[in-house]
Design a binder for this molecule. Sequence first.
Ligand SMILES: NC(=O)c1ccc[n+]([C@@H]2O[C@H](COP(=O)([O-])OP(=O)(O)OC[C@H]3O[C@@H](n4cnc5c(N)ncnc54)[C@H](OP(=O)(O)O)[C@@H]3O)[C@@H](O)[C@H]2O)c1
Length: 281
Amino acid sequence: MKILVTGAKGLLGQDLCSYFEKKGYEVIRTDFENLDVCCEKMTKKFILQCNPMVIVHCAAYTNVDRAEDEINQARKINVIGARNVAKAAKETGAVMVYISTDYVFDGAKNSPYLPNDKPNPINVYGKTKLEGELEVQKYCEKFYIVRTSWLYGYSGRNFVSTMLSLKNRDEIKVVNNQRGCPTWTMELTYGIEKLLNLPYGIYHICGQNSATWYEFALEIFKQLNINANIKPCLDKDFPRKAKRPSYSVMANKEKLNLTRDWRLALSDYLRLYKNNFIDNY
Ligand SMILES: NC(=O)c1ccc[n+]([C@@H]2O[C@H](COP(=O)([O-])OP(=O)(O)OC[C@H]3O[C@@H](n4cnc5c(N)ncnc54)[C@H](OP(=O)(O)O)[C@@H]3O)[C@@H](O)[C@H]2O)c1
């Protein structure tokens, strides 16, 4: 099977490509330099030439705070980019997997968000990602919209690496009034692989069960047997440009078992990369 991945140099793209390559799939890695998804002509030409069976669209504008000031740029990448890929997917007959986010929800619910719950994003990033979802549904027939959340993985800066870089501080304050589902990039990748056998539509793929950022931090240090002084705080103690939903836990309607409990996934991740962490932090 030939899989084309956009945003292949990103946090998710790198881990996802490595996995599918190891499984023996033909993977076409693309990123800004060889396939700028904002350019309709280039996107169409590139995708028609490669003629992939599946396109996993990871490319995105992901800086949640900066997006508040760079609305046009965020919209160009997350909306026009998604539209261009969706149109090309339709033309080649490829299946499109569009990676979306828990930030399409406002956080007002107090039970897990289901795929058909009404989105109501409260920041620019979430709005543009939702508009991207709508473009995919408009232009493409064979699509999976995959909402995920709180990603961490091998490459790039993420919550786990940030916490470890702070471990020697006298005190680490971590937000305890935002709840979501931490998700390992590999767990999401396994989920996407399983999804390819399911009907097209909108799915939530994130670690099962939930945590606050504070609980997530406690678990990281507990699993690594590191004594760190972590203290809960409120999001207002760390004022940020973009609002975040206070509750963005997601689930699927049926028990699909696309992922495991987030703590189990975290333990596999930490076991795999423990030596890197000890060397680097
Ligand atoms: N990280 C999370 O916690 C999280 C949570 C929920 C959903 N998601 C979604 O998951 C997907 C992957 O996220 P990620 O964390 O892996 O993001 P990331 O690390 O920022 O990777 C995105 C990649 O897309 C590339 N890109 C940007 N503009 C492009 C363009 N015009 N054409 C082609 N490539 C372009 C980026 O290149 P540059 O670096 O050069 O800009 C980067 O390599 C995104 O759709 C994101 O919205 C992420």
